[in-house]
Ligand binder design. Structure first.
Ligand SMILES: O=C1O[C@H](COP(=O)(O)O)[C@@H](O)[C@H](O)[C@H]1O
Length: 243
């Protein structure tokens, strides 16, 4: 299994292979020691890389997986922008992961009520006051956002909520729910997957900027007692001083 840190790989296919090996190892370890593997997953480019790769892994205890969305857009569950849809269609029926073990938000609620409802869904699965995910799988937008935590947004200061509503997302759609940093930073393992030249400038800011003053949401994901991995392709890593 890869040591924590920054992994610069040639391309998306190689990232898929390495990511799949890490996820498989963490899932087997979690199922063996705690009987369940809990993962929060992201939308955007991460979905396809993850789903395509995980189809190759049969023996990862799929029946014991519990899959939550790290963030979700408040759109119908069959909408192209729905993160849940990507995982349901990408995995269910192809691996032995039950549809009811992927947890969608309820898009028929207001964004505030959907966040509260999703908090209750977390509480049905986790016994801790603050859920400890075995893994949070994250992407980073070109602006440095991760999940639905955006640069300069007040949610970066949220200290109480586990799941927060956002109704002014600068990236459409505006209404979303997101796990907060309080949850992301309790994970046993946080994994970023970042590809493409458009991310290169902020990859450098996050990974080589001043830790104390770093304003970007992705830089604020620093698990208190867990591993942090960054998987980058050569384009996303192209502005790093050391590759
Ligand atoms: O809006 C979102 O964007 C981020 C980054 O997406 P990417 O396509 O640039 O990888 C994603 O991680 C997040 O889950 C999603 O809701």
């Amino acid at each position: 299994m890869a040591e924590e840190g920054v992994h610069v790989l040639a391309d998306q296919a190689t990232i898929g292979t390495e990511l799949g090996a890490l996820v498989a190892a963490k899932a087997k370890e979690a199922v063996a020691s705690r009987g369940v593997f809990t993962i929060a997953v992201s939308g955007g480019s991460t979905t396809k890389i993850f789903c395509q790769e995980m189809l190759k892994h049969a023996d990862v205890g799929w029946e014991k997986w519990r899959v939550f969305m790290a963030d979700e857009r408040l759109v119908p569950l069959d909408h192209e922008d729905c993160n849940y849809k990507g995982y349901k269609e990408g995995l269910v029926g192809s691996v032995p992961l039950a549809a009811e073990h992927i947890y969608p938000i309820n898009p028929s609620l207001s964004v505030e009520a959907a966040a509260e409802d999703y908090t209750q869904k977390l509480k049905q699965v986790f016994s801790e006051d603050v859920p400890v995910f075995d893994m949070v799988l994250l992407g980073m937008g070109p602006d440095g956002h991760t999940a639905s935590l955006f640069p300069g947004h007040k949610l970066l200061q949220e200290r109480t909520l586990l799941v927060a509503p956002i109704s002014d997302s600068p990236k459409p759609p505006p209404n979303r729910v997101t796990l907060t940093l309080k949850v992301l930073n309790r994970a046993r393992c946080a994994v970023f997957v970042c590809t493409g030249e458009s991310k290169a400038a902020n990859v450098k800011v996050v990974l080589e900027g001043n830790e104390q003053d770093n304003p970007l949401p992705a830089a604020l994901v620093q698990p208190l007692d867990g591993e942090l991995h960054w998987y980058l392709d050569s384009a996303a890593a192209s502005q790093l001083s050391q590759q």
